[in-house]
Ligand binder design. Sequence first.
Ligand SMILES: [Zn+2]
Length: 479
Amino acid sequence: MSVPAGGARELVAILSTAMLGLVLHTGGCSKAGGPTIAAKGDSKTDSNNNNGGSGSPDSNAFLGTGTAAPDPSAPAFAAPGSSASALTSTPGSQPAPASMVSRAIPAARQLPKIDVHTHIGPDSVDRAIALMDRWGIAGCVNLSGMYPGPPRGMLEMQLKAATAARGRIVVFANANFRRVTRDKDYGKAMAADLAESKRLGALGLKIPKGLGLGYPASDGEHLLTVDDRGLDPLFEKAGQLGMPVAIHIGDPKAFWKPATPDNERWDELGAHPEWSFYGQPVPSWADLYAAFERRVARHPKTIFIAVHFGNDPEDPDAVARMLDKYRNFYIDTAARVPEIGRHDAAKMRRFFEKYQDRILFGTDTGVGPTQDEMMYGSNGPNPPTHADEERFFLATWRYFETDDKQFESPTPIQGRWKIDGIGLPESILRKVYFENAARILHWKPPLGADSVPALGAPRRDPQPGSGREQPAPSMPPLP
Ligand SMILES: [Zn+2]
């Protein structure tokens, strides 16, 4: 694959934008994402649209009775397969305060939550805290950490901004992919950046979908492949440092199909035509995923958090195959409740039962300095409203916690279908919402009443200078 005309230029524009602080838009969500591919032409890559990606030879693989593969990480405080009491039995941990409630769900389900997939601008931490308080989210992982050092020290800025959250927001670094065309040993240089990122306080690494879909290879002409050998030192280093890699590869399969009204993602594609990969000189979805699997297989000591439900929410059987095959493979649920909510609810409940130790709750919430710059999983043609926020979180809880049928998804812009809840038991909810993330990140946000204010309190988006800017407490101790 060649770098599309304008690809390098767009990449620079994207990185520049990110470095100006618009990190919200660099995370690799559908919206933000990755580089948009400007060039038209070459349509040879769309031939694999319907082949189901890496395939699912073991149909219904997760319906069997086998147990999930053990966790390769040393559990910090909640062993895989441990009971629901693992969290509350941890010395020093406390149950969520009764005030930390979400609306419209049973009182028994007011459980502590870590959102492992957010994008928070360095000037928007106060707004992020207010949002977390509204929805009973104890801790967030900000995946938009950028990288350390010159010219702008963005990671340093993000880490400093996060300290205002008093231990409730941690940061994943990003890699500086411009090194690929600049540095001969770019993989080693990126690995060194990652070590520095950890020293500064980053807990993990986030790779956006630009890997495979937009970043130039070292020759400056072709696309950098997901399994590029030159990047091996970076992924190896992540494993050595105990830093999980949240990785976005590909995008909804519908983005490889013609952006016409019969495309199931037409509402999104109509609003954002640039999200379409149809006819663009990029790899097929299946080729991307195959390269991704080679990447995961090559680094067995590195934990991969495949975002957006394993990067393949349309095919849970294929995700199950990956989970069965690779012990270092984890998934988050970010921005894909609408997709997984389409599948048979009983089947999805069995999926969550089988892989309950390797599924992480995430939303893909983007927090910018104003309401117009928010993102709840995805965005339509108009700026998101408070009503969008309510629907997004309430429908998310409803999916995981109830057996309700055929209700509106958190992000209807992603498709006009309705979804069915999977009514998970509390023991699994505790793992997915909190314990799994806390275990692999070796991090636990504070759960005391002081740090998790009452939810349902009047909406109070802080104004600049409103008093949230208090002396910066130190970050929680790092592993
Ligand atoms: Zn994202």
